[in-house]
Design a protein around this ligand. Structure first.
Ligand SMILES: NC(=O)c1ccc[n+]([C@@H]2O[C@H](COP(=O)([O-])OP(=O)(O)OC[C@H]3O[C@@H](n4cnc5c(N)ncnc54)[C@H](O)[C@@H]3O)[C@@H](O)[C@H]2O)c1
Length: 256
């Protein structure tokens, strides 16, 4: 896809990686719809970006909520061709905790619901909307970019719920691309390493430096802009499909 003169949805688009991607897409002329639970941040970003950018308060785990957000995106004066899935949450708990109690089932379920089921919910509804548009170059109608994590491969102690949810996103990438080949929609996933978002920003400088020192090269935390650049490169590169790309400075996480 060479042109960004299209409509785009970005889940989790009000913060961190999603916000950087919303900014990058808007700067390239896309009509962005930000889907996020965080009303204050979403409204503020949409106002800052102006133009064709709008915010819809969305819970990615809820069918009607995502349907309403996709309806907003498809109501813009250009076809919906880009969906970026960034909404996600973290959870840290061991399978058996230090006090002998088992990992909470609701916490595991919630992490999988938001990260995996939420990603699939946006993917399926955005792809169905894209399938109704006229195809462009190579018969392409659109592209979906999901966000996993290197925890899908190197899940650390205490990351079982998070790693399982992200492993699910890695696992659905190829079958989604295969399913959607008949309608000309590509699907790729980015597996980021350690990126300096509000999540990590809350850690003391010392802890951030310690995290960065474990990254082979470049020896720094990733920036949200690094992620946005890769997401846009995937959108532009019409031959990338069904692939998961690690973006981690060659980091491989140790057990703890
Ligand atoms: N920051 C990192 O180092 C890193 C590394 C690997 C993967 N990731 C993944 O990247 C994605 C973005 O992370 P981030 O660091 O930008 O986090 P963030 O907390 O800054 O942004 C996540 C956004 O998702 C939204 N969200 C949460 N639950 C939602 C729901 N049910 N419906 C709609 N929106 C919801 C939040 O309101 C928030 O705005 C996540 O999936 C995260 O797991 C981040």
């Amino acid at each position: 896809m060479k042109s960004f003169e299209v409509a785009a949805v970005v889940s989790g688009g009000a913060s961190g990686l999603g916000a950087a991607t919303s900014r990058a897409l808007a700067a390239r002329g896309a009509a962005v719809t930000i889907l996020d639970l965080n009303e204050d941040a979403g409204t503020a970003l949409a106002a800052e970006l102006g133009g064709h950018t709008t915010f819809v308060r969305t819970d990615v785990t809820d069918e009607a909520s995502v349907e309403a957000a996709i309806a907003e995106a498809t109501g813009k004066d250009r076809p919906l061709r880009i969906a970026i899935n960034c909404a996600g949450i973290g959870w840290a708990e061991r399978t058996v905790n230090r006090d002998g109690s088992a990992h909470g089932l609701p916490q595991f379920t919630k992490t999988v619901m938001v990260n995996l089921v939420g990603t699939f919910n946006v993917l399926r509804l955005a792809a169905a909307a894209m399938a109704r548009t006229e195809p462009g170059e190579d018969g392409e109608r659109g592209v979906v970019v999901n966000t996993a994590s290197i925890a899908a491969y190197d899940g650390q102690i205490g990351q079982i719920a998070y790693a399982a949810s992200k492993g699910g996103i890695v696992g659905l990438t190829l079958p989604a691309a295969r399913d959607l080949s008949s309608v000309g929609v590509r699907v790729c996933t980015i597996a980021p390493g350690l990126v300096d978002t509000p999540l990590l920003g809350s850690l003391p400088e010392e802890a951030r430096t310690a995290l960065a020192s474990g990254i082979p090269f470049p020896r720094r935390l990733g920036r949200p802009e690094d992620f946005a650049e890769l997401a846009l490169a995937i959108v532009e590169h019409g031959y990338l499909n069904g692939e998961v790309i690690r973006m981690d400075g060659a980091l491989r996480m140790a057990p703890r």
